[in-house]
Design a protein. Structure first.
Length: 211
């Protein structure tokens, strides 16, 4: 395990994270009324492409991930337009991996989807996934990540694109991780989920307006 941690620390020192937030152009006045259609509605979300948690530039990659919860209209800025009541990373036969081997992530839910601005021209809502809380195990290394993850939601495709920036998330505890995953590290979380109303092919819509 010592060799594995040294290997991870070496990779961490050499790697850099190049993750930025892709967001729609902000409107002149932030939206305060959020209309979700249908509302309320249960939703499921499935990853499109890899889901990656990077700590000190070291990627922990999941090829399979899914989530479910509820969506609803809301008022305020920012405002919670969805609750993520369950989210999984990896599956039997398709575990998440890293340079140390398999990664097991257990989310502490609920997480939230928070809307802050809406671009009517593109149908894109800008905001973040909030209340993020997850316990991660990599070999003997165990750590906890909390915070939020910046992102966007696109009405045309139902794509919830999570693309956090450094500082959104923080490692708040770590055991047997050494310098590879220190307390206070700022991980990034990146990936896209395709959202549909549960049991249908209906893509929920989120529209922000100013009364």
């Amino acid at each position: 395990m010592q060799k594995s941690l040294k290997k991870l620390a070496l990779v961490a020192g050499a790697a850099t994270a190049a993750i930025g937030l892709t967001a729609g152009t902000a409107s002149a006045v932030p939206s305060t009324v959020w209309t979700v259609t249908p509302t309320p509605a249960n939703f499921t979300a499935t990853n499109s492409g890899n889901i990656v948690l990077s700590v000190n530039g070291v990627p922990m990659t999941c090829t399979t991930s899914g989530a479910s919860g509820t969506m609803q209209s809301a008022t305020g800025n920012p405002a919670t337009v969805a609750n993520i009541n369950a989210i999984n990373f990896g599956a039997s036969g398709s575990p998440c991996t890293s340079v140390l081997g398999n990664v097991v992530t257990v989310a502490v839910v609920p997480w939230t989807v928070v809307a802050a601005d809406y671009n009517a021209a593109t149908g894109v809502t800008t905001g973040h996934v909030g209340n993020v809380d997850a316990n991660v195990t990599v070999g003997a290394c165990k750590f906890r990540v909390t915070g939020k993850a910046s992102g966007t939601y696109t009405n045309a495709t139902g794509a919830l694109a999570v693309n956090s920036v450094s500082g959104d998330l923080t490692v708040v505890s770590a055991t047997n991780c050494g310098a590879a995953v220190p307390v206070g590290a700022k991980p990034t979380f990146k990936g896209t989920y395709l959202v549909k109303q549960t049991g249908t092919n209906v893509i929920p819509k989120i529209v922000g307006s100013n009364p």
